[in-house]
Write a protein of this length. Structure first.
Length: 95
């Protein structure tokens, strides 16, 4: 088994839970940071660091592909991309 296959084939329930928490947590903070009250003082260039990023995807217990933390973050940002563009915010994503 290659290292990539090892990381892809995780069936640990804590991985799915961690990604669920990240998805909700990051979405809440995006809403706060992109609110009109915060945009006055939030910098126009954001840095997002995922210091524990894995391969970007994993497999759940039933074999379905699950987005890993880098993709979860990018997916959440993509849902608000017009808000970023409208306010001239750029992002540097560091893995």
């Amino acid at each position: 088994m290659t290292p990539h296959e090892y990381h892809l084939n995780t069936e640990r329930p804590q991985t799915a839970k961690k990604l669920s928490i990240l998805r909700k947590y990051f979405d809440v903070w995006l809403n706060i940071w992109l609110s009109d009250g915060c945009l006055a003082w939030v910098d126009k260039h954001w840095y997002v660091l995922d210091l524990f990023a894995g391969t970007g995807e994993s497999r759940g217990a039933d074999g379905e592909t699950i987005s890993g933390s880098p993709l979860v973050i990018l997916e959440r940002i993509a849902t608000k991309i017009s808000r970023f563009r409208d306010n001239g915010i750029s992002i540097t994503f560091i893995l």
